[in-house]
Design a protein around this ligand. Structure first.
Ligand SMILES: Cc1cc2nc3c(=O)[nH]c(=O)nc-3n(C[C@H](O)[C@H](O)[C@H](O)COP(=O)(O)OP(=O)(O)OC[C@H]3O[C@@H](n4cnc5c(N)ncnc54)[C@H](O)[C@@H]3O)c2cc1C
Length: 267
């Protein structure tokens, strides 16, 4: 994309950029059809992508369906039936969606903290924090995202808070609570055993990867970057299968380049 590489481009600029890439590469996107599975055919070099619209036989498949593709809904959430709504952060748009009164925000990550800040002037906000995070408000997302617990570990580290600290929220009137252990009807039970009746609940519980259509048995632990047990099937954009910042806009290029090199080198 042209211009200052440190500015935040508008959505229109990004759309134009993606169109120019499509044209340059002569790619024809097919929208609205989900991939549902993949299988290899005998010992040949063809593999089959299963989709809602039928099978596609091909030599290479790149799964790039996103590391944050679907809302994480805690198992206890469907049992909740409070007077107000139970929304995932992906469904929240503005404070008027939440009726006046109390709101329990579950999840002390960046989304939960930003929602707590936004709703604190108009609502009685409780923020349920299971794992406390450090606050580094002056850092950029890409400098801290994608960290691992240790050099040899494949476990992703929790991102620090890039916004208010918990102490700043408390000064703004937000009440902090432990993680939620269970829920039912109008009540949630926290991990310290205390219970509370709630009116509205916002689940800031994050997102999960969109690679669930790739069979478990083809995921190779510590495989060469992006490769799977099916020759010709590559996973791009998932730190577990690729490079450290693979789930960030500035970091996915290493995975993309590795997959492209593997494809070019295939017999
Ligand atoms: C709240 C949040 C904030 C972020 N902030 C930053 C930031 O500041 N800087 C940064 O660098 N990164 C940030 N990221 C990460 C950034 O959004 C991702 O790195 C980037 O969007 C990943 O692009 P992608 O193409 O790999 O996946 P996506 O953009 O998720 O695209 C995946 C595509 O696959 C499609 N898809 C999913 N499943 C299927 C299926 N079964 N069949 C067919 N298609 C399917 C989806 O519809 C989607 O179009 C943030 C992420 C989140 C969640």
């Amino acid at each position: 994309m042209s211009g200052d590489q440190h500015r935040h481009p508008t959505a229109y600029e990004v759309t134009d950029y993606l169109r120019s890439v499509e044209e340059a590469l002569q790619v024809r996107p097919v929208w609205g059809i989900r991939a549902t599975g993949v299988k290899n055919l005998g010992y040949g070099s063809s593999i089959v992508l299963e989709t809602e619209a039928g099978d596609v036989q091909t030599r290479n498949i790149v799964c790039a369906t996103g590391a944050a593709a679907r809302p994480n809904i805690p198992i206890w959430a469907p049992a909740l039936n409070p007077r107000g709504p139970v929304l995932h952060s992906s469904q929240y748009l503005y404070p008027h969606q939440i009726p006046p009164g109390d709101v329990l925000i579950v999840g002390g990550g960046n989304a939960g903290v930003q929602l707590a800040r936004e709703l604190s002037p108009s609502h009685a906000v409780t923020l349920s924090v299971r794992t406390a995070r450090r606050s580094r408000p002056r850092s950029s997302y890409t400098s801290v995202a994608g960290g691992r617990d240790g050099w040899l570990s494949r476990h992703a580290k929790s991102e620090p808070l890039l916004t208010d600290s918990y102490a700043a929220l408390e000064r703004a009137g937000v009440v902090l609570a432990p993680g939620v252990a269970s829920a039912g009807g109008k009540e949630v039970v926290f991990t310290d055993g205390t219970a509370r009746t709630v009116t509205s609940v916002l689940l800031a519980t994050g997102f999960g990867p969109g690679d669930d259509w790739v069979p478990m048995h083809v995921r190779v632990t510590r495989a060469r970057r992006t490769m799977t047990a099916i020759p010709g099937l590559f996973l791009v954009g998932f730190p577990r299968h690729g490079s450290r910042h693979a789930d960030t806009i500035h970091g996915v290029w290493r995975d993309a380049r590795a997959a492209a090199q593997h494809i070019l080198a295939r017999p």
